[in-house]
Design a protein around this ligand. Sequence first.
Ligand code: 13P
Ligand code: SF4
Length: 322
Amino acid sequence: MTTLQITRSADVLPAEEVAALTPLIEDIQRLKVERNAIVAAHNYMTPDIYHLAADITGDSLALAQLALDTDADVIVLAGVHFMAETAKLINPEKTVLIPDLAAGCSLADGITGADVRRLKEEHPGVPVVTYVNTSADVKAESDITCTSSNAVAVVESLGVDRVIFTPDQYLGRWVATQTDTDVILWEGSCIVHERFTGEEIAQHRMTLGDIPVIAHPECPPDVLAEADFVGSTHAMIEWVTTRQPDKVMMLTECSMADNVAEATPNTEYVRPCNLCPYMKRITLDNIRASLETMTHSVEIAPEVADRARRAVMRMLEVGRKD
Ligand code: 13P
Ligand code: SF4
């Protein structure tokens, strides 16, 4: 059984750590002004990035929507590559930077555009719903994208009996439990969320007592069966900030509990601490370097971008549903 990590708001970003980071943060703030740039950070960034460097924080959908709204010329995407690519698709006029090209995603790595073309040949006429955790090539072969915040609504928006759902088998299985639509799955998974098991959660619950469990829908079905609430990172944050429970087990990437702890000072976060090695490629140092050298600028071939953009914009019309 994995050891549990316990976090309270006072443990996150002690004053000495903030003081030591101040010169670096000042460099980042200065460069943001010089470049007319913003730092958009996913909820899984470390607390130093989330609290000290980010102008906007959020889930995958919020980071996609921001690309429509911002006046900045440059977006530094403190997240993973597919998020930067999505921002670039939505707003090709802007420079979108990812501080480390190795910030990938196991879901995005597990499927190609050719795979989706094969699925469409096997299931002619069945629309393809694709999780945003994919490359632009995969999005270009899809009818519509979704995030964890609107996957059910996106599937239902199509008004069909069957969809092909790629690439996350667990999100797809969860969607299938929430709709009357049949879901043809691709067997992809997230290396962070697939590590949780229903058995370990049940065992922890026996020792911890009646602690509420909230989980991301990328977790396997036996984990979701143990959860009191299932939702996107945004929805999980809403859940804890609204309820302010004494204790909660939050089953998602470990840094998120650190980030939300400040807004929920009376809550103790207890969880098996699984970190995303891709998200953890992003650091304050490489955010500063990214702004200094304007690297790595995301570029997408126009013939791919046009088709991928259609699938993303169609999702944005459905909007947030959590
Ligand atoms: P959210 O869209 O819920 O933030 O999830 C993104 C992600 O990568 C989860 O692992
Ligand atoms: Fe991909 Fe999982 Fe990391 Fe999210 S947590 S970026 S889905 S590997």
